[in-house]
Design a protein around this ligand. Sequence first.
Ligand SMILES: Cc1cc2nc3c(=O)[nH]c(=O)nc-3n(C[C@H](O)[C@H](O)[C@H](O)COP(=O)(O)O)c2cc1C
Ligand code: SF4
Length: 486
Amino acid sequence: MELVRVPSLKTPENFRKHLATLGVELPCDDNIETAASSPLAQPVRNTSINGKTIGNRFAIQPMEGWDGTRTGGVTDEVLRRWTRFGESGAKLICGGEAMAVRPDGRANPNQLIISKENQADLAKLRQALVDAHRTRYGAADGLVIGFQLTHSGRFCRPNDKRLESRVAYRHPVLDKKFQVTSDAQVFTDAEIKELIKAYVAAAQVAWEVGADFVDIKHCHGYLLHEFLSAFTRPGEYGGSFENRTRILREIIEGIRASGNPIEIGVRLSGFDTVPFKPDPTRAEPGKLGPGIPEDFPTPYRFAFGANPLNPLEWDLSEAHFFAKLCVDLGVKILNLTAGSPYYNPHIQRPAAYPPSDGYQPAHDPLINVAWQIQAVRQIKAKAPPQLIVVGSAYSYLQEFLPMVGQAVVRQGWTDMIGLGRMVLSYPALPAESLEAGRLNSKFICRTFSDCTTAPRNGMVSGCYPLDKYYTGRPEAKALKEIKKAI
Ligand SMILES: Cc1cc2nc3c(=O)[nH]c(=O)nc-3n(C[C@H](O)[C@H](O)[C@H](O)COP(=O)(O)O)c2cc1C
Ligand code: SF4
């Protein structure tokens, strides 16, 4: 496949023509609208969060940094990232980064841990973000901050590069990939009850340091997402939809029973598919093969949001039930994403250049961007109106991100647009698009995937190609060597 590079399209008209050739339905305006006419500048009025109305339609997506202390505390790198989030102008910090509720649930030995021991650090981190926002904009009105709570399940590497996976159930494809070899790695019901207490304790820390909400991570194949697809698990946490969502209910009940009034959000992979791998027959020197599905059994009973008879197709029926359940449980923010960065990254993080453990795109990544936007549209259309819905995977749109973002918000396909990678390379994008109506192409994320490849190889995450803070680091050189070796 000869990939058409997004910057080569130059104008919204060409971009729309290209979308049409792909058969992709995505609206794109002719210009970036500035405040106050921009749909992206409008406050989110569905509901309030901790008494606040979110001040605009830009959300910063959670992004784990691999750069905390070995005990899960905050470092200068983490402070810098959160300060830049505060300066961005986005009014919703939708989790900051995944914070482990227990040390054994870390995806890397330098992930933040949300605990009493780290409470002072986390308070400083939140304050740094608020101060940066206030310094840049004169006030922090309408700024809403959440902390994302996680257990990494199948992807745990709490001590070093070694996997120490814990899972919801035995998986016919992923067990081999993530070294799950024994039933002892499956969480028992009793262990889940203990884990729920850790979520409740973490939410208490979040409240005490001033977070407006906690985001209970149910996405990307991490533990609670895996429970949503625990169709084959016996007992009270597997099988029926009611059982597979029991953990969420029990965490929220626990938070409320503890007297903690913190607001609640959930990040959900609204659809998923089977694991993918590079096609070995089409690899070229210096280039992995394009992604193809791993062999999988049917009916496929191992994905939330996939059609069991053809799991390459989505089935959003349970996502609709989930959105309704969220509202019944008092959840106010549903941040939708898809798939997993570990086993089908083209779905989760559309990119022109794959991470070191990924594969070349088998088709134009705009198709995957559109899947996420369309899935959000469908889920939002059936969700109760008070639920604040956030969409993901906008970074690959590059120069056209604000034009597409404002169009989908105007049409009510989503309440908010979330920025992931783009905000690592170009944190000023929300402010510059709303204030000046144009972007600085020097900082636009080109989806080089270094922010994923670096941590996959044990280095801190960051935008090595475009953020000078990382360009000069020794890791940048090491990263080049790794990419060359691949
Ligand atoms: C370096 C990096 C770390 C990430 N860490 C998290 C995380 O901690 N929690 C989470 O829910 N998503 C995480 N994501 C996924 C992003 O939030 C987002 O869904 C994804 O990058 C797609 O959005 P984008 O196209 O704007 O980058 C991470 C992404 C990147 C690039
Ligand atoms: S390393 Fe920078 S340019 Fe590459 S994907 Fe990450 S944020 Fe984008």
